[in-house]
Design a protein around this ligand. Sequence first.
Ligand code: F0G
Length: 345
Amino acid sequence: MPGLIERYREYLPVTDKTPALTLHEGNTPLIPAPKLSAHLGVDLYLKYEGLNPTGSFKDRGMVMAVAKAVEEGADTIICASTGNTSAAAAAYAARSGLRCIVLIPDGNIALGKLAQAMAYGAQIVAINGNFDVALRLVRQISSEHPIALVNSVNPYRLQGQKTGAFEIVDELGRAPDVLAIPVGNAGNISAYWMGFREYHHAGKGDGLPKMWGFQAEGAAPFVRNAIVDEPQTIATAIRIGNPASADLARAAVRESGGLFDMAHDDEIMHAYNLVAQEGVFCEPASATPVAGLLKMHAAGKLTPGQTVVAVLTGNGLKDPNAAMRAVEAPRGIEASMERVLESIL
Ligand code: F0G
């Protein structure tokens, strides 16, 4: 399978001058979740974005944003990030020979993501402030210096990310009834809605899904209808209080007849474990839509028999500390048959 830009070229802002950049992003599996489906009474599929080249959905938007930055003659890109954007930006910058600068909230980014950005050679600036502060800073820097901003306020990001919706429709043969998705800076829910609509207008999809956006309770500006100054959640990827694409995300939910809701960190980690019991490992933020679906089911708001897709935005390997906290880690024992048998029988 070619990369996204080639596969969905006719739907993307590609010109003859756009470089053929790809790390073979996209084409991620739509995995049925039989146990969760039986519990919820619906056909639940997991769109496993953790299988992208840098382990998150960000690669879809970043391949497009970096290709366009190269086309426009940029030599440096910059972004604020809770982690995944920085990993994707650093990878595609390395691939394209661009300099990459990332601003991250010090101490609030998962280990795997930081390791990636470092390995790909990004210049990392860890600030004593949250994502929202970092985004404000990089927006100003990119407006005053010849540095291309690759956060999702860059329209090419959403263009690339909308291909996730195309793939779901291509695979199911139609749009799902419900798309459940985690919401942080609100770019992805906006991009998916754009993708479903464009495909529908192109005669594909046979309908449109309801967009259900789920946030963490401590970082839920859409649910509370107010900016959250000090967002807190174990799902550090979506620890965001002032989403940049708020208007687009609200429009997506309104136009689709969808909803915003939130889940407590404990509910998120419960869902995280249930997803793992399907054999799929995602990061905490990615379990948020599954936590949300469990809440909806408990409240009688899930229509039985519907087709539901939950977007699992990032790979579980991104955040090994969250995984270790979710279970009891093994302790070393003496390397004897006696002790080993004692501990397993
Ligand atoms: N899930 C994961 C794993 C993420 O990394 C993000 C966002 C989201 C969900 C939310 O997507 O922002 O489009 O609503 N991560 C950004 C980052 C903010 O910097 O990596 P969104």
